[in-house]
Design a protein around this ligand. Structure first.
Ligand SMILES: NC(=O)c1ccc[n+]([C@@H]2O[C@H](COP(=O)([O-])OP(=O)(O)OC[C@H]3O[C@@H](n4cnc5c(N)ncnc54)[C@H](O)[C@@H]3O)[C@@H](O)[C@H]2O)c1
Length: 461
């Protein structure tokens, strides 16, 4: 696997701005699957860690055929062929691959700084695109990709934010919508590690701002998306503190970040990303590193995705409390509410998040109901935990093919991806500049000409 940045040229603002204009000249839309056997023919571009993980998971998915893979690194190609389904043809230059008319779709799992140019070229070659998170890297790419996709509505654009495809997270979202944990006021997220490991060691692209969004782009991006989803909003501003505090090895991305995002109704997302301690104070200490806590006025959800070795976990705590009085509702009422809120009391027991397969239904037979009761009892005693029926990574791959076939909007679609990338870009800017960065600043960013180029253009004229 190549860890070094590849030789793909950097995109300039001017090039990004030209994208929308060039769209009209590019290849026509495809709306039908090209293979005679009705299999969607796809290619994977970038066969490093993530690309290979996907190839392995593609093997479990019906309805598609992997006809090509591409990586600039021979070793990455070699390793990918060991796990890839369908004996794909190999390429070193993705443009050559995009020239193949029989390819319907591409999945992009290359370093962040290459996502936009490859996605742009793939869209313009008429392919459906699944691009890993974080979708784009620079403000100008946010605007350019939005414009490009608006011109090509028949092409699927899906982003690799797999938590959106998890039944646990979908159930948590329904619980929030039904008011089961009251009004959601805060989300706390953590993705702390002990040591950052080989993939985070120079010269890996991940270690340099020129190529990477650092811990925010690689880790926080998943969790910011969860907060957006649970709050049903995007942030108003972000502030944060980042430091290169422990890894003095030439990297210029932070190894220690604390972020706070404020959402329009006053809700906050607080996220911690450190590299010196992985303890996670959730799930009764049974997991480490990453998880999200969704905190409402009547309860809290603790949730995380599974890995290849660990199951997903979703529990919640019911905390019936006094109604939180809003400012201006009367001094006496507010004082009474505050008094009862400040007593600590005893903590609650975690309750399992019940997935649809565990919910009672009128259609269930007597036996099925008895089984569900028994399972729930075991969940309640902590003897058994609910398990997600499918890895959300598999669900997102299946869903990608389904969206291509039906024209359905992906669950993790372009706007979700762009909102997520915007948050990554602005959170890094907030730490770099040590200020509150407002999300509406993005409207102007990447649209004005770069000063040096504007000067040169004026001279020429
Ligand atoms: N959704 C998730 O949970 C998840 C998990 C891991 C990684 N990712 C994302 O996947 C992407 C790749 O991450 P990774 O861990 O696989 O990185 P990696 O460094 O292991 O692999 C990237 C691969 O892309 C190749 N590459 C670079 N430029 C290329 C180009 N122009 N054409 C073809 N190949 C090129 C490299 O040679 C390398 O093999 C990143 O955006 C990362 O954030 C997502």
């Amino acid at each position: 696997m190549s860890q070094k940045p590849s030789a793909i040229p950097e995109i300039t603002r001017r090039e990004a701005a030209q994208v929308a204009g060039a769209v009209a000249l590019s290849a026509p839309f495809i709306s039908r699957v090209k293979a005679a056997n009705n299999q969607i023919q796809y290619a994977v571009i970038g066969t490093g860690g993530r690309g290979r993980y996907h190839l392995d998971h593609w093997r479990k998915v019906d309805g598609g055929r992997c006809v090509a893979i591409c990586d600039v690194d021979d070793e990455a190609i070699k390793k990918a062929l060991e796990v890839a389904p369908d004996k794909p043809q190999t390429y070193k230059d993705y443009r050559e691959l995009l020239g193949r008319k029989d390819i319907d779709a591409v999945q992009i799992a290359t370093p962040l700084y290459t996502h936009f140019p490859i996605t742009r070229d793939a869209m313009m070659a008429g392919k459906h695109v699944f691009c890993e998170k974080s979708l784009v890297f620079k403000p100008e790419e946010v605007h350019a990709l939005r414009a490009l996709c608006a011109e090509r509505p028949k092409q699927t654009m899906q982003v690799g934010l797999q938590r959106r495809y998890s039944e646990f997270y979908q159930t948590a979202r329904q619980m929030v919508q039904k008011g089961m944990i009251g009004e959601v006021t805060n989300v706390y997220t953590q993705w702390n590690r002990v040591g950052l490991g080989k993939t985070w060691t120079p010269p890996s692209w991940r270690c340099f701002k020129k190529y990477s969004g650092g811990l925010v782009g690689e880790l926080a991006s998943h969790q910011i998306d969860i907060a957006d989803w649970m709050f049903d909003a995007t942030p108003e501003f972000v502030t944060g503190v980042g430091g290169i505090d422990y890894y003095k090895d030439g990297r210029d991305i932070y190894d220690n970040c604390q972020l706070i995002f404020k959402y329009p109704k006053g809700q906050k997302l607080m996220g911690s990303y450190i590299s010196t301690n992985k303890h996670l104070a959730m799930f009764q200490g049974t997991r480490t590193e990453f998880g999200e806590m969704i905190m409402g006025t009547q309860g809290t959800i603790e949730i995380t995705v599974g890995t290849d070795n660990e199951p997903a976990i979703g529990v919640w705590y019911y905390e019936p409390g006094p109604k939180v009085e809003k400012a201006g509702e009367g001094k006496e009422k507010a004082a009474a509410a505050t008094a009862s809120l400040t007593s600590t009391g005893k903590g609650g027991r975690p309750l399992p998040i019940l997935l649809s397969k565990d919910q009672m239904s009128d259609a269930d037979s007597f036996l099925a109901k008895e089984m569900k009761f028994a399972k729930r009892w075991l969940y309640g005693k902590g003897i058994m935990t609910p398990e997600e029926p499918k890895n959300p990574v598999d669900t997102q791959l299946e869903s990608f093919l389904e969206c291509i076939r039906t024209g359905k909007k992906p669950v993790a679609d372009l706007e979700i991806g762009l909102n997520d990338s915007t948050a990554v870009i602005l959170a890094n800017l907030a730490m770099d500049e040590g200020r509150r960065v407002f999300f509406n600043e993005m409207e102007k960013m990447g649209k004005t000409p770069e000063p040096a180029k504007a000067g040169a253009a004026a001279k020429k004229a």
